[in-house]
Every structure is written in C-alpha cells, then in structure tokens.
Write a protein that binds this ligand. Structure first.
Ligand code: ADP
Ligand code: GN1
Ligand code: MG
Length: 361
C-alpha cells in the first residue's frame, strides 16, 4: 500500500462529516486507541488539538443518549465540587459537536470526549505506588459523588452487577452450549457453579449498605496517571456509572491491579494476588473515602474483591460458551483464558484471606 492510500485508509475510519462536526478536516489523523472490550475508541488529532471519539456498542448500551445524559450530570456535579475545592482530579468531559449536539454518525452512536492531556493508562500495575494512586483516584471520584442522588442516573445496563443474574446467564449458556464448547470447560464451569452460595451472602450484605453512585468499571485502564509523576489524574470511562455498592468498585480494582499478569495472560501459573498491591489498594481507597465510607461498607470490601473476581470470571465463561458475542476477542479461547485467570485470582484470594481481610477492618 502506498503512503497516500495508507493515509486514506486511516482517515476513512471516520466519515468526513463526523470529523467536520468536531472541527477537524478530513486529513486529520485518526487511529484506534485503548484496549476496551466493548466500545471502539479513536484518537483524532491534528497539529493543534486531540479528541477522543467513541463508537458506542449499541448491542450493549442501547441508548447512547442515556450514557451522555448520565455523563453530563456527573460532569456538572464534579465541576461544582471542583469549584468548592473538593475534587482534585481532572474531569472527563463530553465534547459537543459544533452545533451543540452530543451524538454523531448515521446511527447517532458516536460521541466525543475532550482529550485529557499529560495522562496515560496502563494495563498491568507494576508497583504498590501505582496501586495506591489508582485506588485513591477512584476513591476521590466516589467521594465527590457521595452526595449525588444516585437514583437519578439512568440504569444503562440493568442487573449489571447482579450476581444471581450472572449465574442465570451462565446456566443458560451452559444448557444451550451454542458454540459447542462445553466439554472444553466443564471443570471450570462446575467450579463456578459450586460458588453460588456467594449470591445469598452478597444479597444479605448489600441489604445493609447505602446505595451509592458506582463507577462499576474501575479496571486499571479506566483511570489516567500523570505522565510525569505517576499520580492519578482522572477517572475515565464513565459509561457504567449507575447506582450500586462501593464493594463492586473496590473488587474491580483488586481483580485488575493485584495480578502481575494482564487480564488475558497466557501464563496462568503466574496469575496471583500480590499482597503488597492489595494492601496499597485498601489504603488508597480508604484514604479517598475517609470520613464518608461507613464501617459496614468498609467491611464489605473483602466480599467485593471475591465477588468481582468470580462475577467477571462467570461473564467471560458465559461469553465463551455463547461464542464470544459480548467481549471483543482477538484469538481462539480468549474469553476462556480470561475466565480461568479470574478464577485463579478468586482462589488466591480465598487462600490469602487470613492475611488480607484484616487489612480492611
Ligand atoms: P472503552 O469503553 O472501550 O473501555 P475507554 O473510555 O476506557 O473505552 O477508553 C479507552 C482508552 O482510551 C482508555 O484506557 C484511555 O487510555 C484512553 N482515553 C479514554 N478517554 C480519554 C480521554 N478523555 N483523554 C485521554 N485518554 C483517554
Ligand atoms: C468491559 O469496556 P471495558 O473494557 O472497560 C465490561 C466490564 C468488564 C470488563 C472486563 C459494559 O469493560 O464490565 O469488567 O470489560 N464493560 C461492560 O475487562 O460490560
Ligand atoms: Mg475502558
């Protein structure tokens, strides 16, 4: 391919009228960005400005307008907090089109975000300092939203962190065996199903907890570190912000920060919970939420760690059985490998419970 046709192929990732709506010319550089499993994220750039544009997966988020509505409400709230000196992070901002609208494209499934400069996301945590910074960032985000009326947010995905529902999805995937993969993962399936008692435990604990605005996807690549010092500078990917319980957000951090391996590691023997990273997460999150988190919520965080490893493992396994319809996959058995890794983390949490759980008391 010539240099000219390669450039044309890149630009054609997005139609010229979409670029124009955000004041970019057709020759702006457009490239795929990030490692999300659901949406398609682009970075558009010219010599003076950068913009993030996302194609929202409407199979999963049927109403992009609701995503934008939630994001704008959160943005406004964080702006007020910042004006009062109560929010030290950068705010993720929806970027309107030149005509003021927030959605673009023939299907109205594209939306833009102001690019946050000087930041970077990572896929694997290397140090306890990074873990502390991530947890502090998500803790500060949650703290700033603690007085936001959670029930005014649209529930963009019902039953998102409903463990009973996720088990039912797994039952259905196994009984339908659509992709003919059941025999290749029967042991893993049996193990997951044997953990169903956690449903009742989780429901009993949640019944005593306040409902909060949850980020609901606090995986490590959904926050930005400053390039220079590695401080947390922003919580991003707010699409799943909905009412929920903070234990889910803590658990998602545990499952994505504690392993020295990526979520989809091909080296399962090395997937484990690093106690020093768990400790740093607990310290960072509790510092971010100091004075706000209740004793019952604090105690529930351990359950959150277990539940999230198990629940995301179940979701990956169900998707593997269904033929990879939900999470983007890039190789055979990708979702199965992800599921196995989550279950390894779950088992390692159980093995280290005596040492780790007291850190949250
Ligand atoms: P997905 O929903 O696909 O996970 P994200 O919103 O997490 O998409 O974006 C994917 C990646 O793009 C992030 O991990 C981050 O590296 C980068 N990113 C997203 N939004 C911004 C932003 N506003 N400024 C800078 N980088 C961003
Ligand atoms: C998805 O969009 P992304 O990649 O940040 C998923 C999360 C899972 C995560 C697993 C809307 O997050 O719930 O925890 O993959 N998002 C949705 O890596 O389902
Ligand atoms: Mg993301």
């Amino acid at each position: 391919m010539s240099v000219e046709s390669a450039a044309a192929a890149v630009s054609s990732l997005l139609p010229a009228d979409v670029l124009a709506a955000y004041q970019f010319s057709p020759d702006a550089s457009v490239r795929l960005f990030g490692n999300g499993h659901i949406n398609r994220t682009y970075l558009i750039e010219n010599s003076t400005q950068k913009l993030i544009l996302q194609q929202i997966n409407t199979q999963i988020f049927p109403s992009p307008q609701q995503l934008v509505d939630n994001a704008l409400r959160i943005e406004q709230h964080l702006e007020q907090k910042q004006a009062q000196g109560q929010y030290p992070l950068q705010i993720l901002r929806q970027q309107p089109r030149q005509d003021g609208g927030y959605l673009s494209g023939e299907q109205a499934d594209l939306r833009a975000l102001a690019f946050i400069d000087g930041g970077r996301s990572i896929e694997v945590v290397d140090t306890a300092e990074q873990a502390f910074a991530a947890a502090l960032t998500f803790g500060q985000f949650a703290a700033a939203l603690a007085d936001f009326p959670a029930d005014e947010l649209h529930t963009v995905i019902p039953d998102f962190h409903n463990l009973a529902f996720r088990f039912r999805q797994l039952d259905e995937a196994a009984s339908q065996n659509k992709a003919g993969r059941l025999s290749g993962c029967q042991d893993l399936l049996n193990y997951c199903l044997s953990q169903r008692t956690l449903v009742a435990e989780l429901e009993a604990v949640c019944a005593e907890l306040p409902r909060r605005v949850c980020h609901n996807d606090t995986k490590i690549n959904n926050m930005l570190y400053s390039d220079a010092e590695g401080r947390g500078i922003a919580a991003i990917d707010l699409d799943t912000c909905m009412p929920g319980y903070w234990l889910f957000d803590f658990g998602d951090m545990v499952r994505t920060c504690c392993s020295p391996e990526p979520e989809d590691s091909l080296n399962p023997a090395a997937v484990r919970i690093r106690p020093e990273i768990f400790t740093a997460l607990a310290q960072g999150y509790l510092q971010g939420l100091a004075g706000i988190i209740t004793p019952a919520e604090r105690q529930s965080l351990w359950l959150g760690a277990k539940v999230m490893c198990l629940m995301i493992g179940i979701r990956f396994l169900a998707d593997h059985l269904n033929g990879d319809c939900y999470f983007a996959v890039h190789r055979p058995n990708h979702n199965l490998q992800r599921a196995e890794n989550q279950l390894r983390l779950y088992l390692d949490l159980l093995a280290q419970q005596a040492q780790l759980q007291p850190l949250l008391k």
